[in-house]
Design a protein around this ligand. Structure first.
Ligand SMILES: [Ca+2]
Ligand SMILES: [Ca+2]
Ligand SMILES: [Ca+2]
Ligand SMILES: [Ca+2]
Length: 314
């Protein structure tokens, strides 16, 4: 993995700063409302798609010459969009519906697939081995791996603090290579790997955090080629992480069975995919499954000595 992107994905904890004009240094920039940022980013994305084109032999995406079909209307590409609903960016202000507060604000992720891939399907909970390039809409490359590949844990990079949910959503629209063949010179060839281009707004990227050459609230696009994937079980409870996405929206941070209990008892907030005791009753999920108990019901647990407290069974 290139150092730059490693930093980008691993340490997105900076606070965006701006000069407060009082000449006493920098103060954190207030987080802008999600709906307004979405509207701006959507307009920027559509304008980009309508003024740029795809030519595999050249960049492969560049400003479209006159009378050239753009990304927006090139029938060869058939640009599609999927709706993703981030919910974690400043929805505490007025003006949002209950549905938006509960399920997020609808964002378009635009994409086209050069090749879907013929291997395994990918979910946003998988770890993937990828080649990729990420650019801002001024075509500035902020990082890439085109030789070999890098492993990314899609569940973790979609975390609010990491901020690359769009990357995870895009990778999950592809399939892996059918086969990876080791070449005699130490390189490898990936046969029929899924490859596509994914364009998304800042709420599916780094939002208010300016990172490397990505400006605060800046939309971006990625070219992603998925070579291989591993199914994950982050908390080792025997339930694959993709099955811990209870509401099946591809986002692993809004599924937390014992959230209220974690808040009330000041325990660490752990979404189910990262929580070895999903219902917080004291009996680990793996124990409950092995005993045939409901691991999402805190009223059902293993009480070894009958004292009313839930116990481990290992
Ligand atoms: Ca699990
Ligand atoms: Ca979810
Ligand atoms: Ca939890
Ligand atoms: Ca439990």
């Amino acid at each position: 993995m290139k150092k730059g992107f490693s930093l980008l994905f691993a340490t997105l904890v900076f606070v965006s700063c701006g000069n407060d004009n009082d000449n006493d240094g920098f103060t954190p920039t207030a987080i802008e409302p999600l709906a307004a940022i979405n509207e701006n980013n959507e307009a920027e994305l559509v304008a980009f798609l309508q003024t740029h084109y795809y030519d595999e032999a050249i960049k492969p995406i560049d400003e479209a010459p006159d009378k050239t079909a753009t990304l927006w209307d090139d029938p060869r590409l058939g640009v599609k969009q999927v709706m993703v609903r981030p919910s974690e960016h400043n929805l505490e202000t007025e003006g949002y519906t209950e549905d938006e507060i509960a399920n997020g604000i609808a964002h378009n992720l635009y994409y086209f697939l050069v090749q879907e891939g013929v291997g395994n399907t990918v979910t946003t909970a998988d770890s993937v081995y990828v080649q990729y390039a990420g650019r801002t809409l001024d075509l500035n490359l902020f990082d890439q791996v085109k030789q070999g590949g890098s492993w990314f844990d899609l569940a973790r990079i979609q975390a609010p603090q990491q901020g690359f949910r769009g990357f995870a959503e895009g990778a999950a629209l592809l399939k892996t290579a059918s086969e990876i063949i080791d070449n005699a010179d130490g390189t490898f060839s990936a046969l029929d790997a899924g490859r596509g281009f994914f364009f998304f707004g800042s709420a599916l990227g780094s939002y208010q955090n300016a990172q490397a050459t990505i400006p605060a609230y800046g939309p971006m696009f990625f070219e992603i080629k998925v070579l291989a994937r591993k199914i994950t079980d982050h908390d080792g409870d025997g339930i694959p992480s993709y099955l811990e996405d209870l509401n099946q929206n591809g986002y692993l941070f809004d599924d937390n069975t014992d959230l209220e209990d974690e808040i009330e008892n000041r325990r660490t907030i752990l979404p189910n995919y990262f929580d070895p005791d999903d219902d917080g009753d004291g009996t680990p999920t793996a124990c409950e499954i092995s005993l045939g108990l409901d691991h999402l019901d805190p009223n059902e647990c293993y009480d070894a000595d009958g004292d009313g407290d839930c116990d481990r069974c290992d």
